[in-house]
Ligand binder design. Structure first.
Ligand code: NAD
Length: 302
């Protein structure tokens, strides 16, 4: 793989995937509606200036196709998260569903063999950990994309690999309701009080474990349109706060709000075959790395 298009590459997950691709010597083209280099620069260092940045809207097929031309791989991450989709369902569908179809269509038109894309554990509803029955617009759009991915394989032999991360946490995760654990680490370092906006149990997966899965998928020739859950460690918000307090005893944390609308019992079936050397960062290590990142940031900021 020589040149990879990362849609949504200005964002949190994009920065961590780009960091890995650059380290492997792969050229990266970033496609995003915001040419915000700050997140990539913070996570991946000065590689931000080596990237080929393309500003465009995933809702526009011609923008997507123009950005993909000359690439031999694509990681599709561009999208809006659960609160945005709840507030503006039609816009959410245009970005998360139609936008994804533009990526698949461009990949087919330009002869790319496969698409690697972010679905979400949000495809599961709150009750059933086996059968996706989303209870959010966001989850419904992600589930529809998975169905279309199967159709692109069935109708056009365009392969894909999708991942359904649960709560991704770590340095740089600063938006969306499930950013709570990461923002709690940042607040702990700054000596500020913080309330995590949800309660209950969920899977917390450290961001670089997710980035590793995307990297491996990009390099493995795909067949069909499989989708894998990425769960990490299942913990309650109380356990997350206890771990942060253990490592940062002055942290002023609380939690308030309903549980996430995703059944906590979902499992990571089939991942070992795709990722035999899977990195599985434990919560204590992931929290330590996140606190360390924000401590380093605080040290360089006035
Ligand atoms: N962070 C998580 O916990 C998590 C969990 C499951 C799935 N995901 C999925 O992973 C992907 C990346 O998530 P993230 O946490 O990095 O989110 P993020 O918000 O940090 O990044 C998303 C990026 O998409 C871009 N974008 C939004 N609308 C666009 C448009 N119309 N055209 C082009 N770009 C647009 C944004 O500017 C942003 O840079 C998303 O598809 C998300 O649904 C994230």
């Amino acid at each position: 793989m020589k040149r990879v298009l990362v849609t949504g590459g200005s964002g949190f997950l994009g920065a961590w995937i780009i960091r890995r691709l650059i380290a492997r010597g792969v050229a990266v083209r970033v496609f995003d509606i915001h040419a915000n280099r700050q997140t990539v620069a913070t996570i991946a260092g000065d590689v931000a200036n080596q990237l080929d940045w393309r500003v465009g809207d995933i809702r526009h097929a011609e923008d997507v196709q123009a950005a993909m031309r000359g690439c031999d791989g694509v990681v599709h991450l561009a999208g809006v998260l659960t609160p945005d989709c709840s507030a503006h369902p039609v816009r959410g569908a245009e970005i998360n569903l139609i936008g994804a179809l533009h990526v698949f269509d461009a990949a087919r038109a330009l002869g790319l063999g496969q698409v690697v894309y972010a679905s979400s554990a949000g495809v599961y509803g709150p009750q059933d950990a086996r059968h996706p029955q989303p209870a959010t617009h966001y989850g419904a759009f992600k589930l529809a994309v998975e169905g279309s991915a199967r159709a692109y394989w069935h109708d056009r032999q365009l392969a894909s690999i999708g991942f359904r991360p649960f709560v991704v946490y770590g340095p740089g995760r600063e938006t969306g309701v499930s950013a709570g654990p990461s923002l709690a680490c940042r607040a702990a370092v700054r000596g500020e009080p913080y309330t995590i906006g949800y309660t209950g149990a969920s899977g917390l997966i450290y961001v670089d474990d997710v980035a590793q899965a995307f990297e491996a998928a990009l390099l493995a020739p795909a067949q069909g349109a499989p989708v894998y859950n990425l769960v990490g460690q299942v913990v309650t918000v109380d356990e997350v706060m206890a771990e942060i307090r253990r490592q940062a005893p002055d942290a002023q944390l609380s939690a308030d709000g309903p549980p996430l609308t995703i059944a906590p019992g979902i499992t990571e079936d089939g991942l070992d075959a795709l990722l035999p050397q899977r990195q599985q960062t434990r919560l204590a290590q992931g929290i330590a790395a996140t606190l360390q990142f924000y401590r380093a940031q605080a040290a360089v900021q006035p």
